[in-house]
Design a protein around this ligand. Sequence first.
Ligand code: GLC
Length: 730
Amino acid sequence: MNTLYLVTRLAATLLAGATMIGSGASAQTTTPSTVDARADVIVRQLTPEERVRLVHGIMALPFGPKAPPLPPEAILGAGYIAGVPRLGVPALTETDAGLGVAYIMGLRHDGATALPSGLATASTWDTDIAYQGGAMIGQEAWRKGFDVLLAGGVDLARDPRNGRNFEYLGEDPLLAGLLDGAAVQGIQAQHVVATVKHYAVNDQETGRQIMNAVIGDAAARESDLLAFQIAIETGHPGSIMCAYNRVNGVYACENDPLLNKVLKQDWKYPGWVMSDWGAVHSLSAALKGLDQESGSQLDSQVFFDKPLAAAAERDPAYRARLADMDHRIIRSLIEVGVLDHPAAKTPIDFAADAKVAERAEDEGIVLLKNRGDLLPLLASATRIAVIGGHADVGVISGGGSSQVAPPGGPAMTVHIGGEGQMAMMRSIMYMPSSPLQAIKARAGGAEVHFDDGMYPSAAADLARRSDVAILFVTKWQLEGYDAPDLSLPDGQDQLVEAVTGANPHTIVVLETGNPVLMPWLDQAGAVLEAWYPGSRGGDAIADVLFGVVNPSGRLPITFPASLSQLPRPNLPGWGLPETQAFDVDYNTEGANVGYRWYAEKVLKTLFPFGFGLSFTHFSPSDLKVRGGATVTASFNLTNTGSRPGVDVAQLYLTDTPSGAHERLLGWSRIKLDPGETRRVTITADPRLLANWDVAAHTWRIAGGRYGVAIGASAADLQLSGTADLTPGLP
Ligand code: GLC
């Protein structure tokens, strides 16, 4: 935090006071014209005790060795920070997370609507769907009395084994950033503060509290940080949550370059930085840009209480910082409308909210294979086998702090036990939306039989005696743990081999939190990726199977063909004692995360970023490319098939004056009727044509000729063109 900024802030605070004092005015005679001025008026009136009251909070759960007593006005949930009622500042009642109001291990039984996983929303490539999802979960949080929803996870999928990828939005900074920003807008429109997290480079769960992410400034700016930057500039989140891990040797929550220089100076972020729970290691973190200590009972001590008050008493730097910390928190509460529209416990229309979740899943399901147009299922299928995945009960969901349970609780909970810091969360929960029941409801007169898939021989026998087999497989993931590999667990590959071997008309439905290997792919008739399907996932899956919905999902994350294709085939830190620190050198791939890496290494993946089939077909034509300060591409897109459908036409950078580079520059998601042609125009965010010039501390586009292409995926580039760009600093 540079001194000039602090002095300015302090001066503004005092000036607000002076105006009050100078004019002899009684309590506030004129409403301050800006959010900052209004915040300054409140900050100036805080007593020394109130100043520190706002900058530290507890986990509002009876957890942990030092769990403090819950204040009467606290709501069971992730966090509680006392407010200043006499000045109209409500307590901060905080709940997780990005897929709905979290379950907190059953300590609350009021239930909430579960969105499908973040990867499902990301597969829609639709900012409106992201917005509507955010608005729905934000509204449920508000109606439960929460004014902070710890949603907005946007860490990039650098590793397809990361246990929290299901909470996030994939491997591309533009796609993830824009969708995250839209979700944040939706949440905050309900007067609930969202918190974009986990800042930054928290790209694996193994050793998350001690691992050190090593990454160069340019590489970070052009990848992980760009996702945060786009999310922040489009979503205007009231808060940012700094991560557990270290970045270039320094804990993210006391990382001056990340917090003060990049976030607050370069990006001019006006809101507040809260820590992750148990991620504060020093009082001096306040000077490094941290504004609030969360879940303080998990830290070695409460740094931002008496120690901070004493420091502010004796040290002008801490005094100025504390005023700025309070200002940032209060200005966000004002800007999001928390002060003027305090959360109020009111009834929730769960039926309406479930439709929001179902739409996200409808549009987020990705059709990966459809040999001989096996799908959509036709009335001719008179005997249908439904196998595995507990499809008779419901659909799987991801574990950890983001876990949501619907009203009435989960359909089934399978405790799997285990060790580690999050061991108490190692229970698999199924949402009560049974694919089997949904299939039966849509199958007309067909016979539908279920087999649980425990014995591949029995499942194969049922498949053999059926016209088609619909086989559900699952891969459960949770916070705090990565998957050791990309395979389906619990011997499911053998089950798939047996069933597809018995009936070539087998549809494999994946309910996974990450990409998976498919050794049986050639035998399968069709494959759908349904991710974690959410509160109405069974209905959404059945809608696609029977053609009620024409699938339009496109992969936001690459499905590698093998672990050997990854920058780090062996998961860093796997098997190390939890207390042993280790580095992860992300400079191996640098900014080339995901598809950019596979393009650079010329690797053929199993399914590429951006891939997805439809029940119809689309064809781009007549590409025109214009250069100048950025690239603008115009082209025709035609539905050449026989049914309406939605396509996601993608614009990629392919070549630059300094060599080949693949980057997503933009996309257009468009619904077309059979035979319909529309002209589409996509203009690139110039930062994606630029590189970060570390020496000059700015984005820089090198002048010259650039190659671009329209693609149906990162690996299927259909039309190409070039554009001459003028050198510039976007
Ligand atoms: C967790 C998570 C974070 C969550 C917080 C509160 O450890 O990392 O995403 O919001 O604690 O539950």
